[in-house]
Design a protein. Structure first.
Length: 476
């Protein structure tokens, strides 16, 4: 019996089977038998006259049946028939894309490249790219995709801009502090290129919404900073048949690869689970928030990630599919490793066990969304002060920030909170503040989780909100 390889987008019609055994003498007969056994699959393989659809590629072994005998191509019992959608990226009818005079002038330096040209620029304008995360990696990634002319860019992020982000997240400025990242990003990108469309999702990506959000995009770019979301993005891309352009950073090192990419010959590349089948134990690998990152590194790696997205969309060059690029900024060394598909991959291996999205926080043993902390408004704090209420006020900013402006709080910088836990009172309420509220929330979580504090309050809006209320001239 011949083996038929079912592509990811069509597996939902074959009960998620990736390989099927069919007894047939020819390619046409194999497709007829498949259509009879899986009626929902038929319309994707055969037209109303029973002919093979022109947007489906078929390969016997490594040979395209169009170069053989088409539907009459013989199938031996040992043959492998691969079904490959003709347009893997789903870019639609890019050949009909047109440009205004302003766009032609803007993209002129692209169009005059012989290996790129107008065709590649048309594919960029027709493309829909979803960027998951608009932080360190997302900043350069989004800027260069927008500048390059990607027609529709989706952004998923549920965070707000904090002043501690500005060391590396070059998409944002001081004026954006406190704003939702997706809105600040949209304003910046629309100012950079008014000829593109920005779609924002001010929400956490999770198992319940990932497939619905990713479904409408041609390429997904993963700029996340945690393992649950990284596995979620990978699995959703595999289930939906979307290429996943991956990057990650830590301290002085970065990684880039392209997962779940189908080559022009129809060969499907490895995915993230082929590289890392399971996540490390919780706490073994620190995050950038815990271990830090050189501010320029996400600019380097995010730009490389943008380059890979452009290559995937346009078909220009050779994407990093099946290869992992590593960059060491300290030694200025780059290495490339081969990545192969694994037979034990739970998504795409010989015996797949994952056919739908799972609980990724449980799988990785960590939380994606940080637990909320108790808040106190500036107005309530002022009332406490007016009433003469007993409480402790702590500032977790850096010494140079404290010297520039302070409200009489005790200074305990965020990085020293654990070693100074004994300085936080347990006898009265403690109000913790930073510049805008993000670092003080982290300090409170650390104190509550590690030392059992239950009397801590985060000042909403931080010192900026306090000064705006009390001394507006100093807030700026």
């Amino acid at each position: 019996m011949a083996t038929v390889i079912i592509p990811t987008p069509l597996r939902k019609f074959t009960h998620n089977a990736s390989k099927l055994q069919v007894e047939a003498a020819t390619v046409g007969e194999a497709l007829q038998r498949l259509s009879a056994e899986y009626p929902e699959l038929k319309k994707h393989l055969l037209d109303e006259h029973g002919q093979i659809r022109t947007f489906v590629n078929l390969f016997v072994g490594e040979d395209d049946v169009r170069d053989l005998q088409w539907a009459d191509t013989p199938l031996s019992a040992e043959a492998t028939l691969s079904i490959v959608p003709a347009i893997a990226g789903g870019l639609g009818d890019w050949a009909k894309v047109t440009f205004s005079k302003e766009e032609l002038a803007r993209y002129h330096r692209h169009i005059i490249i012989p290996e790129f040209g107008l065709e590649a620029q048309q594919k960029l304008k027709a493309a829909r790219v979803l960027v998951v995360g608009s932080g360190g990696l997302g900043s350069p990634l989004l800027l260069y995709l927008a500048a390059a002319g990607v027609g529709t860019i989706g952004i998923v992020d549920f965070d707000r801009v904090d002043d501690s982000n500005l060391q590396r997240q070059v998409l944002f400025g001081v004026d954006a502090v406190g704003q939702p990242k997706v809105e600040a990003a949209r304003q910046r990108l629309e100012a950079l290129n008014p000829h593109i469309r920005i779609v924002t999702y001010n929400t956490q990506l999770h198992s319940g919404n990932a497939l619905d959000i990713l479904r409408d995009y041609d390429v997904v770019a993963d700029g996340t900073d945690n393992f649950p979301t990284r596995y979620l993005v990978n699995d959703a891309c595999v289930l939906l048949g979307k290429p996943n352009v991956y990057a990650s950073i830590f301290q002085f090192e970065g990684q880039v690869s392209v997962f779940n990419h189908r080559s022009p010959a129809g060969e499907l590349g490895p995915n993230y689970r082929d590289l890392y089948p399971t996540p490390p134990p919780p706490g073994l690998v620190p995050s950038c928030a815990e271990g830090g990152v050189l501010g320029v590194l996400p600019g380097i790696i995010g730009s490389l990630q943008a380059c890979e997205v452009i290559k995937v969309i346009t078909g220009v060059g050779e994407p990093l599919s099946g290869r992992l690029f590593l960059f060491d900024a300290l030694k200025f060394e780059a290495r490339v490793f081969r990545v192969k598909r694994r037979a034990d991959n739970p998504l795409t291996g010989e015996r797949p066990t994952i056919t739908q999205l799972i609980d990724y926080e449980q799988f990785c043993g960590v939380r994606v969304v940080e637990r909320p902390v108790r808040q106190i408004s500036v107005q309530e704090l002022l009332r406490w002060q007016a009433e003469g209420r007993t409480f402790q006020l702590v500032d977790v900013r850096e010494p140079h920030e404290y010297e520039a402006a302070n409200i009489g709080a005790e200074l305990i910088p965020l990085g020293t909170v654990a070693e100074n836990a004994h300085r936080f009172s347990r006898e009265c309420p403690v109000v913790v503040h930073c510049r805008s509220g993000a670092r003080s929330a982290k300090a409170i979580r650390e104190l509550e989780e590690r030392f059992g504090f239950d009397n801590l309050f985060n000042l909403e809006g931080g010192i900026l909100a306090y000064l705006e209320e009390v001394k507006p001239t100093l807030a700026g």
